[in-house]
Design a protein around this ligand. Sequence first.
Ligand SMILES: NC(=O)c1ccc[n+]([C@@H]2O[C@H](COP(=O)([O-])OP(=O)(O)OC[C@H]3O[C@@H](n4cnc5c(N)ncnc54)[C@H](O)[C@@H]3O)[C@@H](O)[C@H]2O)c1
Length: 477
Amino acid sequence: MNDSYLNFVNSPFGARLARSLGLPKPEVLHRYRADQPEFGGMVALGAGREPHLLEALANLVASIGVTSVAHESAGLWVPLANRRGLMTGRFEAADGGSHGRLAALLFDASGIEDSSQLEPLHGFFHDTLRSLGKCGRIVVLGRPPESCANPRQWTAQRALEGLTRSLGKEARRGITSNLVYVERGAESGIEATLRFFLSPRSAYVSGQVVRIGCVNESSTANSPALPSSAFDWAQPLAGRRAVVTGAARGIGAAIASALAAEGAHVIGVDIPSARDALEATLRQLNGTALAFDIAAPEAPAQIAAALDEQGVDIVVHNAGITKDKTIAKMTDAAWQHVIDINLSAQERIDDALLAAGILRDGGRIVTVSSISGIAGNLGQTNYATSKAGVIGRVQSMAPHLRARGITINAVAPGFIETQMTAKIPLAIREAGRRMNSMSQGGQPVDVAQTIAWLAHPGSAGVSGQIVRVCGQSLIGA
Ligand SMILES: NC(=O)c1ccc[n+]([C@@H]2O[C@H](COP(=O)([O-])OP(=O)(O)OC[C@H]3O[C@@H](n4cnc5c(N)ncnc54)[C@H](O)[C@@H]3O)[C@@H](O)[C@H]2O)c1
């Protein structure tokens, strides 16, 4: 759907009018395009005491080919980068006023062990934030608080959340700010996640906290389809098969397209009445269309039978419906229908695919929740119940699937421009669009790219996570 306000305030006349009336001016977000370089410009590095992740960051900087500058807090960076032959220099605080010079700010806070050691964060962001360009990226790296050795360290690491989320709210201009907690021993598994958060692919993902854990390498060793380390960054899903429910339109069609662009063979599922749209979408992607109702009792067996011979590596549970009414007016059928399609059907399908080994070891399950499942919403008791249940599924299943190297994660979209949100009354729709740090709704591709990152072979250490794709919505924040 078209956001006419965003288009208007980004026209020369509209921009002048918005400025004179003090109206918000949402930035036109810089999104990933296959015909444009994904990374470029200069990254500023900062660090707290005894940073543990600089080696891993040097690997990343070398791999994505950006230049770097070290803030005075990251004294170790320049010799390290020089040893690695990376283009680097020192960030001069006097340059603080040169707007737009930097593409990203990276801060390694992994060594901070006490609240008294948080000061370098202030120094770094105080000096550099004004130099960060439009749609720039902020990533802070730390250690998972719950893995810390003592309460002081836990406290200091947990404090990073407040900083990161506040930076997202202050920075505006399409800038995102996210926090990545890296478990000790998981340092070699950070690249796919950092690439995502530094890329235009994460244009509408801000204020999020993601944990990267250690990978049980032996669990993926027997899976010829999913080598845990060797993949091509341009086609990371080459040779993989992915099933996507609700693929005929909206977010599901965008997911199918994003996974196919990464090299996957996509099997799209949708209801029989959407068969034409489903077949048209999958034809364009050289994929396979399966016209089933996922909530039908025979659906798990039908999907299992359709996938059986070659199995599947990625399962994306996207199909979902709304039937909004306040609970006093909601019929039993409206309640049951929403819970069944949005939640119970996923459980039945996963049970069938996992029990028969059709979802291969080292595989990925990604499910679509909603910020309604986090915050609740008036008129959506059924929907919010189903979407909170999806979060419960992720949290409860992740530890059990670990032994097989299978990850399970959820994305929780905020306001995304689709036919589902086009049905919302205008005033509520407009509020939903603007109540976030980006002052605009997201696009289906924003959810799709987030799912592609979670489905990536390099995301083996990311499991049990709920990632909001909401432009840092104020709802449920
Ligand atoms: N659009 C948003 O702002 C938003 C926000 C939060 C969460 N979500 C979630 O994202 C997902 C996709 O939403 P969307 O906006 O693209 O919706 P949409 O209505 O445009 O598309 C949903 C698709 O799912 C299919 N589907 C519905 N019931 C099915 C069934 N029983 N079996 C098979 N397919 C079925 C539909 O035919 C349709 O193609 C949903 O789970 C939704 O709850 C959307």
